[in-house]
Design a protein around this ligand. Structure first.
Ligand SMILES: *Cc1c(COP(=O)(O)O)cnc(C)c1O
Length: 390
C-alpha cells in the first residue's frame, strides 16, 4: 500500500535531475520543461548562480526563526518594495499562506473601520489556494465540495465585470476589499482587462476598499513586467506572491501599501519558517539573476514568439478556440476537454499542463530561448492536430 496520500493524479514519471530548460527521468529520458513545476522554476533547473547561493547560505545559516532580525529577509523586503511600489512585506511559505495573510489583513482593516462582518469580493473561476479561507475565496465548486462549511465573508462576481461589483457595492455595506488575479492561471489563463483593473482601483478608492492582487502565478517577471498589475499602471493595496519567487525554494509574500500598511502588530500574524535565511537568499538570487540576465524582456519576447508560432502552426485548425496569454504565461483553449494531451506530451518528451479541462497551459522557465520556443511548438503542434482530428 502506498504511503503518500492520494491528493494528486500523478503522471507515471520520476525525474532524477535537471539542467536549464530540461529534466531527465530515472530511465535517462530527457524532457523539455514548458511548465516549470507550475510557474515555480523561474531560473530553470540547476542554475549555477542559484545552486551556489543556496549552497553558500546552507553552509552558513539556514534558519533562526522570526524571533530575531534576519538580514536576508530585510534585504529581500527592500528589494521587493522597490520593484513593486509596496511598503511592507510579510513572508510565508506558499501562495495560500500569502493569500491567507491578505484575507486576515482585509478583515482586520474592516474591523478597524467599524465593519463587524467584513466581506471580500472575489471572482468566478478564481484560484487562491486550498486552506479553508483561500478555498472559500476560490471560485471552483469542485474544489470546495465536501469541505463545507466554508469560511463566510466572500461574495462572488463574474471576472472582468465592473458593473457586477458596482451592484454589490450598492446593497452590501460590509465590503472591505476586492481580491482578483491579474491573470487567472488555474481558471484557464484568463486576463483581466486593463480597463477593468483601473476601474477596480477607482471603485476601491471611492469606497475605501483594499485592492488585493493575487500575483502568486503571474508575478515575478513572467508576463514581461515584475508584476502583472504594472501593465495596467495601477498600484494595488495588497499583492501576494509565491510560486516563482524562490525558483523552487518555498517562499511566499504578502506585500502591502497605503491604507493596508501599518495594520498588523506583533501577535496579529506570524509564521515559524516564513522568510528564513535560505528562502530569502533563493529569492534574492532569483531577482538578481532576472535582472542580470534580462529575463523579464526575455519572457516578453519568447512568450510572444511562442504565441505567434502557435497561431501560425494552428491557423485554420478546427477545434482551436483561442491562443492567449501574456509573456511566458500562455493558454491554448480547445473546444473539448483535452487532459489526455498531458500524457501525450510526456511521451513526446514535453512537460505541459491542461487546466480548466480545455486549456493547454504553458509556463516555461524564464530562461526559455527562441530555440526552445521553436522546439516546443514543433513538438506540441502535431499532438494538438492529431487530437483534434480524432
Ligand atoms: C498556485 C496558486 C495559489 C496557491 O499557491 P500554493 O503555494 O499552492 O498554496 C494561489 N493563488 C494563485 C493565483 C495560484 O496560482
Amino acid at each position: 500500500m502506498p504511503h503518500v496520500m492520494n491528493t494528486y493524479a500523478r503522471l507515471p514519471v520520476t525525474f532524477s535531475h535537471g539542467n536549464g530548460c530540461r529534466v531527465t527521468d530515472v530511465e535517462g529520458r530527457e524532457y523539455l520543461d514548458a511548465l516549470s513545476g507550475i510557474a515555480v522554476s523561474t531560473l530553470g533547473h540547476a542554475h549555477p548562480k542559484l545552486v551556489a547561493a543556496i549552497a553558500e547560505q546552507a553552509a552558513r545559516l539556514l534558519h533562526t526563526s522570526n524571533l530575531y532580525t534576519i538580514s536576508e529577509q530585510e534585504e529581500l523586503a527592500d528589494k521587493l518594495a522597490s520593484l513593486s511600489g509596496m511598503e511592507e512585506i510579510f513572508f510565508c511559505n506558499s501562495g495560500c499562506e500569502a493569500n491567507e495573510a491578505a484575507i486576515k489583513l482585509a478583515r482586520f482593516y474592516g474591523h478597524r473601520k467599524g465593519v463587524d462582518l467584513p466581506t471580500i469580493i472575489v471572482m468566478e473561476k478564481a484560484f487562491h489556494g486550498r486552506t479553508m479561507a483561500t478555498l472559500s475565496a476560490t471560485g471552483n465548486r469542485k474544489a470546495q465540495a465536501g469541505f463545507e462549511p466554508l469560511v463566510s465573508g466572500f461574495v462572488r462576481v463574474p471576472y472582468n465585470d465592473l458593473e457586477a461589483i458596482k451592484a454589490v457595492a450598492e446593497h452590501n455595506r460590509n465590503v472591505v476589499a476586492v481580491m482578483f488575479e491579474v491573470i487567472q492561471g488555474e481558471g484557464g489563463i484568463h486576463l483581466a482587462a486593463p480597463d477593468f483593473q483601473r476601474g477596480l482601483r477607482q471603485l476601491c478608492d471611492e469606497h475605501g476598499w483594499l485592492l488585493i492582487c493575487d500575483e502568486v502565478q503571474c508575478g515575478m517577471a513572467r508576463t514581461g513586467k515584475w508584476f502583472g498589475y504594472q501593465h495596467a499602471g495601477i498600484r494595488p493595496d495588497v499583492v501576494t506572491l509565491a510560486k516563482g519567487l524562490g525558483s523552487g525554494v518555498p517562499i511566499g509574500a504578502c506585500m502591502v501599501s497605503g491604507q493596508a500598511a501599518g495594520l498588523f502588530a506583533p501577535g496579529n500574524h506570524g509564521s515559524t519558517f516564513g522568510g528564513n535565511p535560505l528562502a530569502c537568499r533563493a529569492a534574492l538570487t532569483t531577482i538578481a539573476t532576472i535582472e542580470e540576465d534580462h529575463l523579464m524582456l526575455n519572457a516578453e519576447i519568447v512568450g510572444g514568439e511562442i504565441r505567434s508560432l502557435m497561431a501560425e502552426a494552428l491557423a485554420g485548425v478546427k477545434g482551436l478556440v483561442e491562443i492567449r496569454g501574456h509573456g511566458l504565461m500562455i493558454g491554448i483553449e480547445l473546444d473539448r476537454p483535452c487532459g489526455e494531451l498531458v500524457g501525450k506530451g510526456l511521451a513526446a518528451g514535453l512537460l505541459i499542463n491542461v487546466t480548466a479541462d480545455k486549456v493547454i497551459r504553458l509556463l516555461p522557465p524564464l530562461i526559455f530561448g527562441k530555440k526552445e520556443a521553436k522546439e516546443l511548438v514543433d513538438r506540441i503542434t502535431p499532438l494538438i492536430k492529431d487530437f483534434l482530428a480524432a
